[in-house]
Design a protein around this ligand. Structure first.
Ligand code: RP5
Length: 164
């Protein structure tokens, strides 16, 4: 069953958002990864939210650049958690998308993560952590992945300390 939706405002966002899908794949979280725009295809965006909610989708991840209204438009249509990923896609270097995504009116939150691919990855981790509140198997996979992070830091430290 689809648990997470990843929406991007444009196919030009794919490279930055692919890591989001990859993290969810690695954690075994079923998701859809697609393009829909708050401005260019508002009806498609609203329809996708309704259809995916009907199919059991629990978390929406929305990434967009420039005047990034996709996450806000989705938050207007669902009470499920919405995570926004601001993307750098203009001469303003992503500050435009960051402010558009984060400054939501009270009652319609968008949990906003970092810009670009770092945010894309963290959006996936955060979505997985939300789902893991009611999925012990997923919680276990997240814990195991975190052990991997610890091991890789310890390995890097040991290797560096040996160099002298
Ligand atoms: C936003 O405008 C998209 O999310 C993208 O980051 C940016 C530019 O889109 P394209 O003109 O490349 O389609 O809506």
């Amino acid at each position: 069953m689809v648990k997470v939706a990843i929406f991007m405002g444009s196919i030009s966002d794919e490279e930055k958002m692919r890591p989001c899908s990859q993290v969810l794949d690695d954690l075994g979280v079923e998701h859809v990864f697609t393009v829909t725009s708050a401005h260019r295809t508002p009806e498609r965006t609203a329809r996708l939210v309704a259809e995916l909610e009907e199919k059991g989708c629990q978390v929406f991840i929305c990434a967009a650049g420039m005047a990034a209204h996709l996450a806000g438009a989705v938050a207007a249509k669902t009470a499920k958690p919405v995570i926004g990923v601001p993307l750098s896609a203009s001469a303003l270097g992503g500050m435009d998308a960051l402010l558009s995504t984060v400054m939501m009116p009270p009652g319609f939150p968008v949990g906003t993560v970092a810009l670009d691919s770092a945010g894309a990855r963290n959006a996936a981790w955060l979505a997985a952590q939300i789902l893991a509140l009611s999925d012990t198997g997923l919680a276990g996979r997240i814990a195991k992945a975190r052990e991997g992070f610890v091991a890789s830091v310890e390995k890097a430290a040991a290797s560096l300390e040996q160099k002298k």
